[in-house]
Design a protein around this ligand. Structure first.
Ligand SMILES: Cc1ncc(COP(=O)(O)O)c(C=O)c1O
Length: 392
């Protein structure tokens, strides 16, 4: 039995099968590459659902920050503070819209914090949240309450009063607002829902509506940030500022970091006793996050995202791929929309057989998210595999 097969068998024995895993055990990563337990090499355009993502695997600067922090202090409890979490919070707020940060470990937890902040800010009697068809905000009961019904099946009842309308339909949002509405949760690109992009008019319209009706506008940037779309935070493409932004996945550079970022107006809503997370902001994960943000700045990865994003679009357009209807996305976060006859899953499986990891975002949408640190030759090698599979 190969090492891979052995680990897959043990996985089936000891781990709950809630993921629909592929029969591969990953053993090692470096930059844009992963190696499985049998030593097989893959180029990673999958990015672990966006989490492994922006800075590639085991970037030396991030690993060095983790090692150095691991020698000093791993955790201490939130009666105290530490330098890495201050550094990370400063880098986030200075590159976004000021305010303050609450740290946790995942996207769902960051959205839970945002939900509680919205309810407190809105005051008694205002509790309803508007979110969007095809959105994804996480699997905990609060964030699941904002996520489409197909994910909620079997777990009802959800938090009451939430309303879901079409992404992009400002009139529907306005019509859904009533005296009990507290806020709106929106993704700047719907990643799990098919890599759907809104217009600037829509996002600015949400901002105006929230100002008029005194609602809290929450931007879920768990997939889109930092830097993946070519801006520090994806809302910056649309010329508006949210009241609250949630982050996770790539912000930890490979370690679990979640963040709920509140603008100055809402920065002091969560006061002692209202919310918490025992290990949130622990120095180890925060040091990895701060090193990630520093790396993005030092290596100018925002420009790199724009550059390789443009190259990818060009290569795909030049290849004249059959059944491809649309390329959607910004920076290095793409959805390839195929016609209804061409499913993304078999493409993903064939790419994997040929040493390229990609992912699906919906039945007919393939998702590409290579790291921004990828070398030009690796990008070309990965795109060659992809284009050959798509044309084959
Ligand atoms: C936009 C968005 N928000 C929240 C989440 C949940 O994040 P996590 O899995 O870290 O809880 C996801 C996960 O895919 C996501 O894409």
């Amino acid at each position: 039995m190969t090492k891979n097969a052995e680990l897959v068998e043990l996985t089936n024995k000891y781990l709950i099968e809630n993921y629909g895993r592929l029969p591969v055990a990953m053993a090692r990563g470096a930059g844009a590459k992963l190696w499985d337990a049998d030593g097989r090499e893959y180029l990673d355009f999958f990015a672990g659902f966006g989490a492994g993502g922006v800075t590639g695997h085991c970037h030396p600067a991030i690993v060095a920050a983790i090692k150095s922090q691991a020698d000093m202090l791993l955790s201490h409890g939130n009666l105290f503070t530490n330098e890495p979490q201050i550094d990370l919070a400063r880098r986030i707020t200075e590159n976004a819209f000021g305010g303050k940060v609450f740290f946790c470990h995942s996207g769902a937890e960051a959205n839970e914090a945002a939900l509680k902040l919205v309810r407190l800010a809105a005051g008694e009697g205002r509790y309803k949240i508007i979110s969007f068809n095809d959105c994804f905000h996480g699997r905990t009961m609060g964030s699941l309450s904002l996520t489409p019904k197909s994910f909620q099946k079997g777990f009802e009842p959800m938090l009451p009063g939430n309303v879901m309308v079409d992404y992009g339909d400002l009139d529907a949002v306005a019509a859904a607002v009533d005296d009990e509405t507290a806020g709106i949760f929106v993704e700047p690109i719907q990643a799990e829902g098919g890599m759907n992009e809104p217009t600037a008019e829509f996002m600015q319209g949400l901002r105006r509506l929230c100002d008029e009706k005194n609602l809290v506008l929450v931007c879920d940037e768990v997939w889109t940030s930092p830097a993946r779309t070519g801006k520090w935070f994806a809302h910056q493409h649309y010329g508006f500022k949210p009241d609250v932004m949630t982050l996770a996945k790539a912000i930890g550079g490979g370690l679990p970091v979640g963040a709920c970022v509140a603008s100055p107006k809402y920065a002091d809503v969560l006061v002692p006793g209202t919310h918490g997370c025992t290990m949130g902001g622990n120095p180890l994960c925060a040091a990895a996050g701060a090193a990630t943000m520093k790396l993005i700045e030092d290596e100018n990865l925002l420009d790199r995202a724009e550059k390789i994003g443009g190259q990818i679009v060009q290569m795909i357009q030049d290849a004249k791929i059959p059944a491809l209807e649309q390329i959607r996305g910004k920076g290095v976060m793409f959805g390839l929309q195929f016609d209804s006859e061409r499913e993304a899953k078999p493409i993903m499986m064939t790419c994997m057989e040929q040493g390229l990891l990609v992912c699906i975002a919906k039945k007919n949408v393939l998702r590409l998210a290579p790291p921004l640190t990828i070398a030009d030759a690796e990008l070309e090698a990965g795109m060659d595999i992809l284009i050959n599979v798509l044309k084959g």
